[in-house]
Write a protein of this length. Structure first.
Length: 574
């Protein structure tokens, strides 16, 4: 009951943000509207906790989030709060891959952030819990949390279980690689169908250290997802338990005024990138951590990401470059074990604060490593002495390009450019087997503005791997890659072609060189030749002249700046 003075005084410390919406005779209309959905006077005197749910029936990643939301509500009510759930959008990268729909994926990150911000500002929430799973829902929800700066938790829905193909653990990555193998006559249509049928056995996000699992891990190291929550698989019973725990935790965070601005610091960003580098995580983490920095007004660049990755060893033997699926990471001991390793080696700063009120070091102390596990290597036996993320620069990428490598790929490459002005055109050429050993596939006009939205190129990259060309062909693009991409595939090339970047000046047959050790990406043309081509270059007509796609293209920054449409400059904190 909330009648006693002591209880009312305690609540007053927790519901200060929502009082302007609900307190006083002039707010009777607002209370009447909320009573219409079943809330009582007692409910309206409690802290209001927004639950931003990215649930959707379209695809497995977010399909189970309604179940988790119900558990979150249990925890909120048990701790003395009133939960108010609302929905936002989600685009499945795996479903839209290779179609015009993929352009919506990165754009959805901004829409998710904007929509959560609007609902939370409009309804004066005292705290916020976001439920996210598919690739752009996690960064989108975190960006909103940074803008609002109220006590907040991001819960990652968790990984899908590994599929089983003839006794071998598989993920959706193998489906895309089998498409390429089929075009090359290496597998039959029946084998491709068999792989398709078993690769995704139920709800949860794609099952390797692809973008979703990478960003779930990053969120724990940032401190906005309590450690131990992200790596639990989607359909594991413990996922329900931790959802209840999160609902209870948010009330303690309000009491302690533990907000994103106290968690997402420069130190936390460094820690997150170190974890991504050590786990062989997705190149999309580069875009998203840069976006977090821009939202928070924290100085942080791709050069910082390069420095962190270069000094951090690759420890996790995870797909797409390794042997194990994300569920095996959890079985091995999870993110806490990796945190313990990185702390032991001095690769992360354990003083960073997390959502539980404990430091990262205090959270890592409770790590429980499974005896004999092979997923997370010891510091004495890394997969590679430097992390998986590499930032390349040169006359072809003055502001940088990104590649994810295990260390077993070719360290240098030199070959003729094969020019394609869209992913679709490139994929058709791959299907016709027109790409050969030594070629450099160039896919351009797929950047933040040119796409718009930076399509992922998994359909092309996986097809090349499936045809047996993964180690003998290089690909560069101003678009993005799926976390499932592997091989010498360089993305995020900036400036992009649509704004006159050097990638837009290339011609068929130009010789392109890469040197991983030197972190260089160049075309064998003089500055004078590039300048002359720039004078001749004409910008292409935009693909969209109205609607959300055109709006995004007008506002978005380049990939090396996080492809954001918003920054902290002039932002008013809640």
């Amino acid at each position: 009951m909330t009648d006693s003075p002591s209880v009312r005084d305690a609540l007053a410390a927790l519901n200060a943000r929502s009082r302007p919406l609900l307190e006083g005779t002039d707010r009777a209309g607002a209370r009447a509207m909320l009573k219409a959905i079943g809330l009582t006077d007692d409910d309206l005197q409690k802290p209001l906790i927004g639950i931003a749910n990215t649930w959707t029936e379209i695809g497995p990643c977010n399909f189970h989030l309604r179940r988790l939301s119900a558990k979150v509500k249990e925890g909120i009510r048990a701790a003395g709060g009133t939960p108010l759930e609302f929905n936002t959008v989600s685009i499945s990268d795996g479903i839209t891959m290779g179609t015009e729909g993929m352009k919506a994926s990165l754009i959805s990150r901004e829409v998710i952030a904007d929509s959560i911000e609007l609902v939370a500002r409009g309804n004066y929430f005292d705290g916020l819990i976001t439920l996210a799973a598919c690739d752009k829902t996690m960064p989108g929800t975190i960006m909103a949390m940074i803008r609002l700066d109220i006590p907040s938790i991001m819960i990652y829905g968790g990984s899908i279980a590994a599929g089983n193909y003839r006794g071998k653990d598989v993920t959706v990555q193998e489906v895309y690689e089998y498409i390429g193998a089929y075009t090359a006559g290496k597998v039959t249509a029946e084998e491709l169908k068999e792989m398709e049928d078993v690769a995704c056995p139920g709800p949860g996000a794609c099952g390797g250290q692809f973008t979703a699992n990478t960003m779930g891990m990053a969120a724990e190291f940032l401190g906005v997802c309590p450690m131990g929550m992200a790596d639990i698989p989607a359909m594991d019973a413990d996922k329900d338990r931790i959802s209840v725990d999160a609902g209870e935790l948010i009330l303690r965070m309000i009491e302690q005024d533990l907000r994103p601005s106290k968690l997402i610091t420069r130190t936390a960003l460094d820690n997150a990138i170190a974890a991504v580098a050590a786990s062989g995580g997705s190149t999309n983490s580069v875009l998203h951590t840069l976006a977090f920095a821009r939202e928070a007004g924290i100085p942080f660049t791709i050069d910082d990401i390069e420095a962190i990755s270069k000094r951090t060893p690759l420890l996790c033997d995870l797909k797409p470059t390794g042997r194990f699926a994300a569920v095996h990471m959890h079985q091995a001991g999870g993110n806490r074990v990796l945190a313990q390793r990185l702390l032991e080696g001095g690769y992360i700063d354990g003083s960073a604060l997390t959502a539980t009120g404990k430091t990262l070091a205090e959270e890592a102390v409770s790590a429980r490593e499974t005896p004999g596990q092979e997923v997370i290597r010891p510091l004495s036996n890394p997969i590679h002495e430097s992390g998986g993320l590499h930032i390349l620069k040169g006359n072809l990428a003055p502001n940088g390009g990104v590649v994810k490598l295990k260390g077993t790929e070719p360290q240098t490459f030199r070959g003729p450019a094969r020019i394609f002005n869209s992913e679709t055109a490139a994929f058709e050429a791959v299907k016709r087997q027109e790409i050969h050993d030594g070629d450099v596939v160039v896919i351009r006009y797929e950047g933040p503005i040119g796409g718009p939205g930076m399509q992922e190129m998994l359909q092309v990259t996986a097809a090349l791997v499936g045809q047996g060309l993964g180690g003998s062909v290089m690909l560069i693009t101003d678009g993005r890659f799926s976390g499932a991409t592997r091989g010498l595939m360089i993305g995020h090339v900036a400036p992009e072609a649509a704004v006159g970047g050097p990638i837009g000046l290339l011609r068929e047959g130009d010789i392109i060189t890469v040197d991983i050790e030197a972190r260089s990406l160049n075309v064998e043309l003089s500055d004078e030749a590039l300048t002359e081509r720039k004078h001749e270059w004409q910008p292409p007509a935009p693909h969209y002249i109205g609607g959300v796609m055109a709006k995004y293209a007008r506002l978005v920054s380049q990939a090396d700046d996080g492809a954001v449409t918003n920054s902290a400059n002039g932002l008013v904190r809640a």
